[in-house]
Structures are given as C-alpha cells and as structure tokens.
Design a protein around this ligand. Structure first.
Ligand code: F3S
Length: 415
C-alpha cells in the first residue's frame, strides 16, 4: 500500500497543475508496481532519453507537450548526452535537419528548467561537480552513472527510465523501493579477481564478464588492485577504473550497485554461500565484444564520458602520431574546456583526433555518418555500438585502439 503525504495527494489530484499531476501519476504508478510503501524526496535527478535519434518525433512531441503544460523541475537536474556535439555537429557530419531536431529536444528540457536553463549533456555528472553525498536519495537514469553513484559515492538510486526520471524531477519524489532500501544493497555475488589488470580497459573487460554472470545482482569484488590509499591520494585512475567497471556491468548485465573490498563506502563481505565467481582470464571479455572485422573506420574513446585524467592518457598515447582514421573522444563540455587550457586538446588534434562535447556515439546515427566498424576501449561502448548503433564493434585496449587509428586495421591479437 503506497502512502502519500497530503501534499503528494493534492499534486496527484491536480492541485499543482496538469504537468505535476501527470508526473505524480507516473511516480505513483511506478511506486505501486515496485511495491513502495512511500515516496522519498530526491536531491538530484539525471535524465536519459535525450538523443533525437532514439526518441524521434514522438518523443520530442511528448516532451514539448509536458513543457507546454508548465512542467518545471523541482530539484537540480542534469541531462544525459545528446547524439551530437551541440556546437560542433557539422564537423561530425550531422545534417542541419537532424541538428535542428536535436536542438529542439534540448530546448524542451531547457523550458523545464533542466540544468538551470543551461544543461550540460553528459553521462558523468559526477565529473562536473554533481556528486551526491553518501546516503542521498537521487533519481538517476543513465546506467553507468547509476552504478557509479550507488557504488562509489554511496548515494541511493534505482535505474530510472526516461519518463520516470523526468517525473521525479518535476515532483522531487521517487518511490522508496529497490536500491533506496538497505535490504537491496547487500552483496549477492562474490567475485574473486585472480588476473592482473594493467590497462583501464581491463576493468571494462572484467565488468563485461561479471555483468553477464551477475545480471541484476550486487557483486562484491575481492582482489581488485585498488586500495584505500588510491582513494585517499586521488591521484591514480581509481575513479576511472571503477567508472569503467560499473559501466561494463551495467551494459552486459543490469548491475546498478557493486562493492569493492576496502574501497567502496558500503563494502561489507557477503555471507557464506552466495554465488561465487573467480575471474582468471580477461580474454573472453574482450573477445565476445569484438566482431570479426579487419578494417575499422572510426575509433571512439570516452564511454562513459572521459575525465581529465583519461584525456591526458589519450594525449600521451597519440602524441606525435599521425592518425589515418578518425579518433573521436567524447566528454562533458567543462572537462574539454579544462583540457584545452592544459594543452591536451591541441595534442590530440595535432595527431588528427577530435574531442566532441555533449555527444555519445552509441546513440548517434553512426551508420548515417558513414561509419561501419568502430574500435573502442569500452565494453559498454562496444555493446551499444552493436545493439543500438548497429555497426561492427572492436573492443580492445586504448593502445590497440590508437594503433588501429594509425593503421586503419584491427586484429584480435592486437588488443
Ligand atoms: Fe555515456 Fe553513451 Fe557510453 S551515454 S556511458 S557515452 S553509451
């Protein structure tokens, strides 16, 4: 039985207008479906379903109608990536027609007050200052951001759907079910990592393997070469490693929370008898996400959106090289601005690469842009390139991807 406060009951009855009524109907319906006893106020919302390629005219009309009804967000709200760089889309090869529609989608969110009227589309809001404190109830939609927020930050969110997240933003509420409750946050799988992890993409390959195995469970990792010292010093790539791990598990499975022994805030050993997995080899994680192609026509790095550390790593790997095929890096606009100040953008562009803000290639019309086979150091990127963008994917290390950008060729042994 879902209990509503008098204020929530009034909103549901339409006392705050049709936009809030519509939002409350969604929040209440979801709460009832999942057995919530009450609603919880949320501190922030992150909205997915922003790519015009994915939502089309029907989705755009839906957003416009809601905005016309007076929908306004009640809590700080951020947007997932768009299909294109909102300023530099011509350089990516988008048509003016597509770009106009994508702008219309973002405009509908602007009218709702998302991002205080100037949203920064990104799947890594936590890299640009949106870092909810441990225990905070939030309603985020992007699966990799959900995994990061729950696991690394210790915030509490289910994996919201597109309309559900918008409804949570308008009402400032979500149902108290799933990962908002203690019981669902306990580990369900023990994962022993018995393989060395040398590259950032190795964490992604590990995540691809564990995500398939754990499905919707909560893995507890033992033996990851991360320590609380990494976390305290904040100068390693520890956050990027956990970002890659969580994104991959959310893509090949539906993992929304994981724990790492001695590192993540809620890590406590699972009871004896839970499902156990020992990972001794990462090769299957790479192999299963690599199609049998020998030539690639795009390299995509930045899934999830790249951090400043990652941009420095990419600049280091491409410095002085001449890339034959496009190497596109995606990140949040403010991250690119800092990278530009630090000279990293110049290094990457001198080699022939490009850094695009706002965008995600997995939700872009990649085939219409002329690409058929894309190499990436991200398991999530490879999964979505195949399933959403419908192109061949090659998943390998950053070094292998840079080498592929130099030669235009891909071989499974290279990874
Ligand atoms: Fe982000 Fe797109 Fe990857 S939303 S996590 S860059 S698939």
């Amino acid at each position: 039985m879902l209990h509503l406060t008098p204020e929530e009951t009034a909103w549901l009855a339409g006392d705050a207008g049709p936009a809030v009524k519509r939002a409350m109907e969604i929040v209440v319906a979801l709460g009832r479906i999942y057995g919530a006893g009450r609603l919880v106020p949320v501190e922030s919302v992150q909205i997915s379903g922003v790519s015009y390629r994915n939502i089309g005219d029907a989705g755009l009309d839906f957003l416009r109608r809601w905005a016309d009804e007076g929908a306004r967000v009640r809590v700080p709200t951020t947007l997932n990536p768009t299909a294109m760089d909102m300023a530099d889309w011509l350089a990516q090869g988008f048509t003016a027609e597509f770009a106009a529609k994508q702008v219309d989608v973002v405009d509908a969110f602007v009218r709702m007050g998302v991002g205080e009227g100037a949203p920064v589309p990104t799947c890594t809001p936590y890299l640009i200052g949106n870092r909810p404190p441990p225990g905070a109830h939030i309603a985020w939609a992007e699966s990799s951001a959900v995994a990061f927020a729950n696991s690394v930050l210790g915030a509490r969110t289910n994996r919201e759907g597109g309309p559900g997240a918008i409804a949570a933003a308008i009402t400032g509420r979500t149902g108290a079910y799933g990962l908002h409750l203690d019981a669902a946050r306990l580990p369900t799988h023990r994962v022993e990592v018995a393989v060395s992890l040398n590259e950032l993409s190795d964490y992604s390959a590990l995540g691809a393997i564990v995500g398939q195995h754990a499905s919707q469970g909560v893995p507890y990792f033992e033996g990851l070469p991360l320590t609380s010292v990494d976390v305290a010093e904040r100068d390693s790539l520890w956050e990027e490693k956990l970002k890659a791990l969580g994104a991959a598990m959310a893509a090949t499975g539906a993992v929304a929370l994981f724990h790492v022994e001695g590192v993540t805030p809620e890590a406590s050993a699972p009871p004896d008898g839970v499902d156990a997995l020992v990972v001794r080899d990462l090769a299957p994680g790479y192999a299963e996400l690599s199609d049998p192609v020998t030539e690639i026509d795009l390299v995509w790095v930045g899934c999830p959106h790249a951090s400043l550390h990652e941009l420095a790593l990419i600049a280091e790997r491409v410095r002085g090289k001449a890339l034959r095929v496009p190497l596109w890096v995606t990140c949040a606009r403010p991250v690119r601005a800092v990278a530009r100040e630090q000279g990293l953008v110049d290094v990457i562009e001198a080699a022939g690469g490009r850094i695009f803000a706002d965008a995600c290639m997995a939700i872009a019309p990649v085939r219409d842009l002329g690409f058929r086979a894309v190499a990436t150091p991200s398991a999530k990127g490879a999964t979505y390139l195949r399933n959403l963008a419908r192109v061949a994917a090659c998943f390998g290390t950053l070094s292998a991807c840079v080498e592929a950008a130099v030669t235009g060729r891909w071989s499974a042994e290279d990874r």
